[in-house]
Write a protein of this length. Structure first.
Length: 331
């Protein structure tokens, strides 16, 4: 491993050291050496490492061009926690495609970094000139040790009573209905936002026959966009077509095995899971119209088996309360 001392627009006492693998491509070393830093020197180092048509992909969205990539990078976590990491090269690296991983060792539990990160991967693709053509950061968050496996089709959903943004109590079993749709969501995740209006349209279109509840389980300390006030603002603004519930202690999310936002469950009249997964095939395509949810609801209402009962949830990870329990795994 080679030890690289970072330089930035800070005093000598604030400079941190990170450890990078030996013999990294020049552009990758330049980008990594500036990671977590701010100021003109760090921006100049990043700019020199990037191709003119560079792409950055993060949380399902891609930005193109040096200025757009640098603007996105400016919103990423910075500071000492990002400047003193030991990175290792992941397997299957080539001369033009490689990925690095660092694990965090700080935080209240000794295993987390900014925003509850337990580890961070950064994947690079290089062009013929050796500059970065594509980069993709992938964060990992520590899951609680008591997080259950996700509910499967046929499982009876654990009951709950949660409060909405007006502090009213809402029960899962608040009266017998032919079908119930439960969606875990949040206020800032790109996937949740991309699917948001499609989910609201389902709530409106099935209003007379289906009970729809949307739940936010993110810890607002880890994810400041998900405070009660922020959730209340969305309701007041008319953005939610169903009750918006707060899983403040995250007990319900852990009991249901929820790991992503959005993540949807369709229940039959007996409270058993008939569908679990994503709203539809592609968050980027509004014409998909939450087709998996609609097909599942139509089948349950007609008394038929759901043709596609399980799909893979796609989205941001739930932002778990830090130090909520020992152990766990990275996601």
């Amino acid at each position: 491993m080679g030890r690289l001392t970072q330089t930035s627009d800070v005093s000598h006492e604030e400079i941190r050291t990170m450890v990078l693998p030996d013999k990294l491509p020049t552009a990758v070393a330049a980008w990594m050496n500036a990671l977590g830093q701010t100021g003109p020197s760090a921006d100049a180092a990043r700019r020199s490492a990037l191709s003119d048509d560079v792409r950055l992909t993060f949380a399902g969205q891609t930005v193109v061009g040096i200025d757009a990539v640098l603007a996105h990078q400016a919103r990423m976590p910075a500071g000492p926690a990002m400047q003193a990491l030991e990175w290792r090269l992941l397997p299957a690296a080539t001369a033009t495609r490689l990925a690095l991983r660092a694990r965090f060792t700080g935080g209240a539990d000794g295993r987390t970094g900014p925003n509850g990160l337990s580890a961070l991967d950064v994947a690079f693709t290089l062009g013929d000139d050796g500059r970065i053509q594509h980069l993709e950061p992938s964060p990992h968050h520590k899951e609680p040790a008591d997080l259950k496996p996700a509910l499967r089709v046929g499982d009876r959903a654990p009951p709950f009573v949660l409060r909405d943004t007006s502090d009213r109590s809402t029960s899962l079993h608040g009266g017998r209905v032919p079908a119930t749709l439960i969606v875990w969501t949040c206020n800032h995740c790109p996937w949740a936002l991309a699917w948001h209006e499609r989910i609201q349209n389902v709530a409106r279109d099935y209003d007379l026959l289906v009970r729809v509840l949307q739940i936010n389980a993110n810890d607002p300390i880890v994810s400041p966009h998900d405070t009660l006030d922020a959730c209340r603002h969305r309701v007041t603004a008319g953005e939610m077509a169903s009750p918006y519930l707060m899983d403040a202690g995250q007990e319900v999310a852990r009991a249901w095995g929820v790991r992503h936002t959005p993540e949807a469950f369709v229940l039959d009249a007996d409270g058993r899971v008939a569908y679990h997964g994503a709203p539809d095939e592609d968050h980027r395509d509004p014409s998909r119209d939450a087709g998996w949810l609609r097909a599942a609801l139509d089948a349950v209402l007609a008394g038929r088996d759901v043709a596609v009962p399980e799909t893979k949830p796609v989205g941001c990870t739930v932002k778990w309360t830090l130090g909520s329990g020992p152990g766990g795994s990275e996601r």
